[in-house]
Design a protein around this ligand. Structure first.
Ligand SMILES: [Zn+2]
Length: 306
């Protein structure tokens, strides 16, 4: 029976909602480490000049390493079942003059290409998936922003296990929840389980959501500073989420990810979700090491040669 049958008489509200994902404190801690890493990388490669370099952006952070805008400040990270970080990616819409170069979809295509080589992040040889359709079935994706229809679709086709998102995007209509509800238990082409920042008790999730609401209110009322001032003096107010992600407030929250990562105090250092997986202590070491790699060897996305 198709899942559609059971949804015929349900409300839209039922379709967009999901039961709360119950995680142990040990599992939350583990996911908080990866989330901190992702925020730290986002801060490191933050770019803010959304409408070009010749304008004034009163709300942006100052003295960024690079101001040229390559894409929105949205990043994603893939983690395998043992706990190793596979790779990260950013939104690169501007670089490619395209509205579909999103972090998660770029990342999934990247990870598929990485599976075409023999590499140690892959599962043990004896339980290697046989088909490309299942290669990512134990992969988790972390993303700074709730996924769109495209990325939900690509992660679903890629058989990604779950997606942890660290800011809500009301503009995407909870599409991740909807597709999960429609495909749940089908056994094939099943959407990744959406897990929000609140379900892993990641405090920066609330901070980012709250700061965006404030930004929207301020920009819509046009009280206070505009988002951008053009050379002719024209001011532009905008309440878009990608503009918010260029502001000092957003940057400072992402930067707290690095503080968290560097000062992480583990309560469950020895926790392993399965006997072959890394412990939370090893995950923290992996993430600190990945941050050093991503910020020294990498560029704003890997394979680092955009
Ligand atoms: Zn997307």
């Amino acid at each position: 029976m198709s899942n559609l049958d059971q949804w015929k008489n349900k409300t839209v509200e039922e379709l967009i909602n999901r039961p709360k994902v119950e995680l142990s404190p040990q599992e939350m801690e583990r996911r908080q480490i990866y989330s901190s890493l992702l925020f730290a990388i986002t801060a490191y490669y933050f770019n803010g000049n959304k409408y070009g370099d010749n304008n004034n952006y009163p709300l942006n952070p100052k003295n960024l390493k690079s101001d040229s805008y390559l894409g929105h400040n949205i990043a994603a990270l893939a983690v395998n079942k043992h706990g190793e970080v596979i790779d990260f990616e950013f939104n690169h819409n501007r670089l490619f003059s395209s509205s579909v170069e999103h972090a998660e979809s770029r990342l999934i295509r990247r990870v598929f290409s990485l599976t075409q080589v023999h590499n140690s992040w892959k599962d043990d040889a004896q339980d290697l998936p046989k088909k490309y359709g299942n290669l990512l079935s134990e992969v988790s994706v972390y993303t700074t922003l709730e996924s769109c229809t495209q990325c939900t679709g690509i992660m679903t086709l890629g058989d990604v296990k779950n997606v942890i998102y660290l800011q809500d995007d009301a503009g995407m209509y909870h599409i991740g929840n909807i597709v999960k509800n429609l495909t749940d238990g089908q056994g094939f082409i099943e959407a990744p389980l959406p897990i929000s920042g609140i379900e892993i008790e990641f405090d920066l999730y609330d901070e980012l959501n709250d700061a965006f609401i404030q930004f929207k209110t301020q920009q819509r009322s046009k009280e206070g500073l505009p988002f951008v001032v053009f050379p002719n003096g024209e001011e532009k107010y905008t309440s878009s989420i990608t503009s918010f992600l260029c502001t000092k407030e957003a940057y400072n929250i992402f930067k707290k990810g690095l503080d968290k990562l560097e000062g992480f105090e583990l309560n469950y250092a020895d926790f392993q979700p399965n006997e072959k997986a890394m412990s939370n202590k090893e995950v923290l070491e992996e993430c600190v090491s990945f941050y050093a790699y991503a910020t020294s060897m990498g560029k704003r996305g890997t394979p680092h040669r955009m």
